[in-house]
Design a protein around this ligand. Sequence first.
Ligand SMILES: [Mn+2]
Length: 466
Amino acid sequence: MHGQLLDLERKTIESLAHAVEGGDVQVLQQFIKQNPWDAVQDQQRAMRGGAMVRELAPTQDAALAGIDQILRVQGRALDEVEGRLRTQRIETPSWGYANSGTRFKVFPQPGVPRTVEEKLADAALVHRLTGVAPSVALHIPWDRVDDWAALRDHAAALGVTIGSINPNLFQDERYKLGSLAHPDAAVRRGAIDHVLECIAIARQTGSRDISLWLADGTNYPGQDDLRDRRRRLAASLETCYAALDPGMRLLVEYKFYEPAFYATDIPDWGAALLLCQKLGPRARVLVDLGHHAQGVNIEQIVATLLDEGRLGGFHFNGRKYGDDDLIVGTTNPLELFLIYCELAAAEEDADPVVAATARSVAYMIDQSHNVEQKIPAMLLSVMNCQAAYARALLVDRAALRRAREASDVVGAHRTLLAAFETDVRPLLAHVRAGLGGAADPLDAYAAGGYQEQIERERVGGSQMSW
Ligand SMILES: [Mn+2]
C-alpha cells in the first residue's frame, strides 16, 4: 500500500485495490477518504526531507553522537531524552488557522478554513508533520456545530482529538460592562449559562479542560466597586466549577490590561491563584506569555505555580510589546527555554504533587497569524516548543547543583546557558522522524503541496474568522 501511494499519481480505487494483495475496494475507499491524496504524498515527501535536512544529513549522525556524548558526561543516556521528547504535547488552537488580525485590519488569506472540519484538517497536518500536536482547542461559539459526537469522530478519523474548550465571554453586546463580574445578575447568569454549555460540549468531545479568559474590568476609576466585582466574579466561578465533571479542570487565565484599561478583574497570576484556591483543586492557573508587563519574570511565576500545585496550562505565543500573539519563541527564545527548564526540572521533582502538576500541564498555543501563512506559523511554533524542551532536557542539573553549592554564580549561569546554546536540530529531526513526522516540518510542508491544494479547493463559502 505504502509503495502504491508513493509512486502513483491519481488512479482509480479499483485499480489500487487490485494492486495490493488482498485489497478490498470498500476498505480502501474509507482509507482514501480519511487520508487525502496530497496529504499522503506530502507525508511521503516529508519522510525524504527538504533542503535543510539534505544539508544536515551527512552531519546528522555526528551531531547526534555529540549530544549522546554530552549526556554521557552527565551520566545520562540519549534514550531518556528522546523518550521525553516523544511524549511532549502541544495543543494547537482552531482559531490560529482562521483569518485574524489586529484591532485595525484582518487580511484574508487564500485557502483559509471555511468550517471547523477544515480547521481540524489543518491541525491534523501540523500533527502529522511534527508528531507532537495531537489535540485541537475549540472556541465557542466560533466552532459551534450541531453534532459534537460527529465532530469528535471526524477529528479521530483525521488522527487528532478535541482539546480544551474555550468559552467566549467578550464578544456579546451584553458583555459591554463585563460577563461573570457584571453588575447585573441577569448578565452574569447568561455568562454562567454559556460556561455551562461549554462544559456540556466538553463532556461530548471528551475534553478535560475548560479554558477561561475574561475581558471583564473597568476603564475609569469609580466606574464600579473593585471589591464588589471581585465577589461577583468569585460567586459566578463557584457555580461554573460546581458543574464540572470529576475529571474536568477549570483553567483560569489572567491578563493585566486590555480591553479594560483601568482595572482588569483577573489582572495577574496572584489574583488567578487566589480564585483557584477558593474554587478547589481542579481550578488551575493558565499562563499566557503575552499577558504580562514588560520585563516580568515569567519563569519565576511558573516556578511558583508549580510549587503550589496550581499551574494548569500555557498559552504560548511570542511578543515584543503587548499581547502580540506572534509565533512563539521568535522574539524570546531564551524566555521560552527558561520556562521549559522549570517544567523539565519539576517533572522530576521529589515532591509528588509538584511532579504530577508538571506532568498534567496543558501546553497550548494561542496565536493570531496576521501577515504570515497560518500553517507554517503553527508548524514553527510547535518546532520552537520542541527546541525549547529539548534544550531544557540537556541541562546538566548535577553540575548546576555543584556550581550553586560552590557559590559559583557565573559557573551556574554558564552551565544553564550551555544547554541553550546546543544545536538540537539534529536531535529533533531524529525524534520527529521516529514519530512518523518530518525531519524538518517546514521544508516538508513547502514541498508537500498542501498549501496549493487548499488554495485550489477552498473556494466559495465564507472563510472563518473571529
Ligand atoms: Mn490566551
